[in-house]
Design a protein around this ligand. Structure first.
Ligand code: GLU
Length: 491
């Protein structure tokens, strides 16, 4: 006999009265973009309502365990500022928050359902493909109608079993989703899914219902791949006599019109994007808009900080349509975020990337050239590599129509610029600038005609962050003159 006090005690622990949401990742070892979006929306719903945000680790699929996978979850959430109020690492009123530690609970609730006639012990050996065949014309499971005493005797004798949900025959089940509206299905299209596996662990389909109820979850936010199972979850809630939470199913994030984003196809995870030089706030901002858009006064706004998202996020802005992940759009957001950083914050972010190719000059001098000129931090090393090592460039770089420059003109310009720069007393940007513009006037050429060969010889490449003056200033007089002489020799 089951101890009913246990269930009463569990009910008594459930926090009530506030919005409670949970992010429930499986520890797969990476956080894909769709998962990050689910985490963000779940967190935003809680924070917008002044509610509680819970982290729950769903590790009941033992075959899919990955070393260090939980670390990725904690690290990503912390980097993104998606702080939780309850979770495995900090505990809370409905601990434990790791499913593998809640094993006994699921077993007890599964047995309660068996006693109430909403589930049954099943002793059949079925392969996974038989399990998922979705053939509803097939013969009913012979264990479904075994008398309980008989089934119990076989369990007591040690025969291996699973526990299956007993879906009512005939009739329909309707569930409501905040995004997709009301959906009704025929019960005869629902399978008697496994709730408790042979190893005594629950399936996701059972554990999510038990945990969401026992943790007092008011809004269940997850991917729309779970929509088709939602009627079975409703039948479970009804079988227990529990209130059904608000379902918020989110459409997938796609890589193109046909395919979902997937790690298997090389689509980036959160950490990949960060490693590719995207700033976390830019990623979060972009991800927030994958399937959600602000309404009313904010309808035109695209740039949102996390606190602004907390204010603005409403469920009526979440779309049913799948969202396509557009890396160019994220890159555009990232450039805006890089530009909006304070010079100090930009230097801090850019320094390790500058240091990849520049050892001889201070990153503090170079960073200001970059802030308005890079879209991703990873663009930086290649843009500034010429500071340490003058590239081996060809004389044709001196030819530029707009600046009215040819190798012959360049030779004349450089021959004049070298002594002028050598004679400068104070090597400041202003002095270098004045020296070169005055020289251009004396030579009766456009400033650009002089600046072009100076910049090309100083940097050895056509495209540089910063102009001739800024680059020469950073290089210093001696190195500038050395490079300008090398340039003049080429012409
Ligand atoms: N563990 C499930 C997943 O990672 C979570 C689904 C849910 O949030 O209910 O897909």
């Amino acid at each position: 006999m089951l101890d009913l006090n246990y269930f009463e005690a569990m009910e008594a622990k459930i926090p009530k009265g506030k919005v409670r949401t949970r992010f429930a990742p499986s520890p797969t070892g990476y956080m894909h973009v769709g998962n990050l979006r689910t985490a963000l929306y779940t967190w935003l719903i809680a924070r917008h309502a002044g509610g509680t945000f819970i982290l729950r680790i769903e590790d009941t699929d033992q075959a899919r365990q990955v070393e260090g996978a939980e670390e990725v979850i904690y690290r990503t959430m912390a980097e993104c500022g998606l702080d939780h109020d309850e979770g495995p690492d900090i505990g809370g009123p409905v601990a434990p928050y790791i499913q593998s530690q809640r094993r006994d609970t699921y077993g007890k609730y599964a047995r309660l359902l068996v006693e109430r006639g909403h589930a049954y012990y099943c002793f059949c050996e079925k392969t996974e493909s038989e399990e998922d065949s979705g053939e509803f014309g097939r013969a009913p499971d012979p264990c479904r109608d075994l008398p309980l005493e008989e089934a119990q005797a076989r369990v007591d004798a040690g025969e291996p079993f699973v526990i299956r949900q007993k879906i009512p025959r005939g009739g329909t089940t309707t569930f409501q989703d905040a995004i997709f509206g009301d959906i009704t299905v025929e019960n005869d299209t629902l399978d008697d899914q496994v709730l408790l596996k042979r190893d005594g662990l629950p399936t996701y389909n059972f554990a999510n219902v038990i945990d969401d109820h026992l943790m007092g979850i008011t809004h269940v936010v997850r991917g729309s791949e779970y929509l088709s199972s939602a009627p079975k979850y409703n039948l479970l809630y009804q079988a227990f006599g529990w209130d059904i939470p608000t379902y918020v199913h989110c459409s997938p994030v796609m890589r193109d019109a046909q395919n979902k984003m997937s790690k298997r196809h090389g689509d980036p995870s959160y950490e990949d994007l960060r490693d590719q030089g995207y700033l976390t706030p830019a990623i979060l901002n972009y991800v927030a808009l994958l399937g959600w858009s602000p309404k009313g006064e904010l309808a035109e706004q695209e740039i949102f900080s996390l606190p602004e998202l907390v204010q603005a996020f409403e469920l009526n802005g979440v779309s049913k349509s799948p969202a396509i992940f557009d890396l160019d759009k994220l890159t555009h957001f990232n450039a805006l975020y890089l530009r909006a950083l304070s010079p100090e914050a930009f230097l801090q972010a850019a320094e390790p990337y500058i240091r990849q190719t520049v050892k001889n000059y201070a990153p503090g001098l170079i960073a200001p050239l970059l802030q308005a000129r890079c879209e991703k931090l990873t663009d930086i090393p290649e843009k500034v590599d010429f500071f340490d090592t003058l590239p081996d460039y060809g004389v044709d770089l001196f030819t530029n129509k707009k600046s009215k420059c040819t190798p012959e003109v360049a030779k004349r310009m450089l021959d004049a610029a070298i002594p002028a720069l050598e004679g400068l007393t104070d090597w400041t940007q202003e002095n270098i600038h004045n020296c070169l513009t005055t020289l251009a006037e004396q030579l009766e050429v456009k400033t650009a005609t002089l600046m072009w060969p100076v910049r090309i010889s100083a940097a050895g490449k056509a495209v540089t962050p910063g102009g001739a003056v800024e680059i020469c200033h950073i290089l210093g007089r001696e190195e500038t003159v050395r490079r300008l002489k090398l340039g003049a020799e080429k012409c």
